[in-house]
Design a protein. Structure first.
Length: 288
């Protein structure tokens, strides 16, 4: 992502969720009624918006088969994990690389019981805040929007300066981020969470196998996505071997609760749709 440009990937993901919201309730994988506000400007300003959405989705399915449904399943999986955390007494929610995440609006219980910290690149966050102010009713006291350049600024400094309390039960959401950052950045983030949350706090995120990041994958949709991301300035850098995720997280102070393969989440969320094997989801808790 260029420094003066909001995230194209975040806009496209919003378009994908908006399209899903147009489906009948019985057919939806997830439901985000607010995603429509965060779609790319070219779609928002189009006189035939619905047709343009359909064209975009059809094009993605042609070039990246299964990827759209995996992204939707990811949203649903994280939604389910969040709902569990809320029911279990969640006090803080931290969304890393928030993009156009709308969970602070979609989950009513968050407004009543949970402080939300959304961290993202300043340019993307500026666009998001402008849209929120124009279209959504929000309580500034319960959502802290924190601009951050993850490559240059420290997560700890940003969070603590905005009221983060490391004594409170917290869930970290890391959606669509790990593969864009370095191995050392992944370790620094996990180290912060491990040392600055109480026991039983958690994290939920998705990851790719290393072969997707380094270009040796045999999956055609993964190769196509990797090249497509390069063209918009978003390069893949990191992956974790699926059979090593339990050891990987244990070494960093976490216990894996669930690790979902494409077969797992296809069975759970999208039985009648194809998905991509490149996406894997994990939920873990601080194990000390």
């Amino acid at each position: 992502m260029k420094g003066d440009q909001s995230s194209i990937t975040a806009e496209n993901n919003a378009l994908l969720r908006a399209h899903e919201a147009m489906r009948p309730e019985s057919e939806r994988i997830c439901h985000d009624p607010y995603a429509v506000y965060f779609m790319p400007d070219r779609i928002l300003s189009s006189a035939d918006r619905t047709d343009q959405i359909e064209i975009a989705i059809s094009d993605w399915e042609t070039h990246f088969p299964g990827v759209c449904n995996s992204i939707l399943a990811r949203t649903r999986f994280i939604d389910d994990c969040l709902e569990e955390a809320i029911n279990d007494g969640l006090q803080q929610l931290v969304i890393l690389g928030a993009g156009y995440d709308t969970r602070a609006f979609r989950f009513r219980a968050i407004k009543e019981k949970t402080t939300v910290f959304e961290l993202d690149h300043p340019t993307t966050q500026k666009r998001k805040l402008a849209i929120i102010q124009n279209h959504l009713d929000w309580n500034a006291s319960s959502i802290r929007h924190i601009p951050i350049d993850f490559a240059k600024e420290e997560l700890s400094e940003k969070l603590f300066s905005c009221g983060y309390d490391d004594r409170l039960k917290t869930l970290f959401i890391w959606e669509g981020i790990t593969y864009y950052i370095s191995a050392s950045a992944v370790d620094r983030t996990l180290d912060f969470i491990n040392h600055h949350t109480p026991s039983k706090s958690g994290i939920v995120f998705d990851y790719f196998p290393p072969t997707v990041a380094d270009g040796t994958t045999r999956l055609p949709e993964a190769k196509a996505l990797r090249e497509g991301l390069k063209r918009i300035g978003e390069e893949l850098l990191f992956g974790i071997k699926p059979d090593e995720i339990f050891a990987f997280m244990k070494k960093r102070g976490f216990q894996v609760v669930r690790n979902l393969s494409s077969r797992d989440y296809q069975q759970a969320y999208c039985k009648r749709r194809n998905v991509s094997d490149m996406f894997l989801f994990v939920q873990a808790t601080v194990s000390r």
